[in-house]
Design a protein around this ligand. Structure first.
Ligand code: UDP
Length: 408
């Protein structure tokens, strides 16, 4: 049965749902076109899969288009991504050429029809060239950590951003000096999706058994694409500092996003680092494995997110919502979610991660309390209903061309 808006009432209350209906009514007759670079894998696709059907149910006309590109294009955009998240080093001119050529192909392939065109991240950013042919408003939604972008790539992309009506960032830390309006909207999770809904203990046990993970010993888990910025090698090194004194297991679970060509190489490096250690489980899960990820998060004792850079870190939100103690790096949007020693533990190094793991394994009551606080923090700030409201307000503000004030 498809999930309906009213199903959220038991989690967020009636008032929140009524407010969404009221805001959506104000958008009657407007069409939103949302465009990104992958239908599966990673946080952006994850959120769109939930937001699009709910906006439709609210009566907002919305269609989701995905741009196409070959390996060279996604390698180019992956290097943009890395550079924007602060990786040093100049990129070759060929990379920019491939990017612009694929943009031209997509400009021919995509039919632009929305009143508001809502574009996610750098891959489709240059489609904004099309805006001069129509009357639509264009909004760029940036999901990545843009606090310290490499100059060459940002200098190339910024003129595209400045052709939009507005740019949206996940955190104030990422806002850059721009000539266009900027909005801050944090992402969210859907508490009723397969990824986050309640599961039976039996389902969780079966999952762990299937992957030969011992439910009786502590399970320390990081779930992430195999990507250097997620620092899976650092997680293994931290685990190795803990394991001699604590009988526990490490699970690194990841999948592949179709717009991430580096995954296979990083996975190989991780396999080499893990070696034949029976207490390190590497799980390569398909993009459809939402229930499995949910079971793994719920079955874990501690969740790690040792990212070196992070846009927001939905994996952190998902784990907090499940009441899990989370140890995560103090980077990007993670610091919005984890208040140190209150809703989780923030760390800055491999040694710090190892220390935090030992601390939580020795103090289960403290770990339980962190998890409980984390769940409440997510309920208040990072559930889908808050996100829907922010987007409706954004669309209204953009459509009405106000100075950021929406008159209802
Ligand atoms: N995810 C998944 N399978 C995996 C790894 C991650 O479904 O093997 C999901 C994860 O549960 C989360 C999203 O992908 O919902 C990752 O979002 P996040 O913001 O943590 O990182 P991103 O991949 O966007 O950098």
């Amino acid at each position: 049965m498809p999930i309906r808006l009213e199903d959220y009432t038991s989690i967020v209350g009636t008032y929140v749902i009524e407010e969404l209906r009221l805001l959506a009514e104000k958008l009657a007759g407007k069409t939103i076109q949302t465009i990104n670079s992958t239908a599966v894998g990673g946080g952006v696709a994850e959120i769109l899969h939930r937001l699009v059907p709910l906006l439709s149910e609210l009566g907002v006309q919305i269609r989701w288009d995905v741009i196409r590109g070959g390996t060279a294009f996604f390698e180019a955009t992956k290097s943009f991504h890395n550079s924007l998240q602060g990786e040093a080093g100049q990129l070759s001119e060929d990379i920019f050429k491939v990017f612009l050529e694929t943009t031209e192909q997509n400009l021919r392939l995509i039919e632009f029809y929305g009143d508001i065109i809502f574009v996610h991240d750098p891959q489709p950013i240059a489609l904004v060239k099309e805006r001069y042919k129509g009357h639509a408003h264009w909004v760029w939604r940036c999901h990545i950590d843009l606090s310290n972008p490499q100059a060459q790539v940002w200098d190339f992309l910024r003129p595209f951003v400045e052709q939009y009506d507005a740019a949206v960032f996940s955190s104030a830390n990422f806002a850059q000096p721009l000539k266009v309006k900027q909005y801050l909207i944090a992402p969210s999770i859907d508490p009723l999706s397969d990824k986050n809904k309640e599961l039976t203990q039996e389902f969780i046990r079966d999952f762990l058994e299937k992957y030969q993970i011992d439910p009786k010993r502590p399970i320390i888990t990081q779930i992430s694409r195999f990507d250097h910025f997620k620092d899976p090698i650092g997680v293994i090194k931290a685990f190795r500092q803990v394991r001699p004194n604590f009988d526990c297991q490490l699970v690194l679970a990841g999948g592949e996003a179709t717009d991430d060509p580096e995954g296979a190489q990083v996975l190989q490096e991780v396999q080499a680092e893990a070696g034949k250690d029976k207490d390190i489980h590497l799980l390569l899960l398909p993009p459809t494995a939402d229930l499995e990820i949910n079971a793994l998060q719920r079955g874990s004792t501690i969740i790690i997110q040792k990212s070196l850079r992070e846009g927001f870190g939905l994996t952190v939100t998902e784990a907090l919502w499940k009441g899990k103690p989370v140890i995560a790096s103090a980077v990007g949007g993670i610091t919005l979610q984890i208040k140190h020693n209150l809703t989780g533990i923030l760390v800055h190094s491999i040694e710090g991660t190892a220390y935090a793991i030992k601390n939580l394994l020795t103090n289960p009551e403290y770990a339980r309390k962190l998890g409980e606080n984390g769940r409440e923090h997510v309920r208040q700030h990072y559930l889908l209903t808050r996100h829907l409201k922010d987007y409706l307000l954004l669309f209204l503000a953009i459509d009405r061309g106000t100075d950021g004030i929406v008159y209802l």
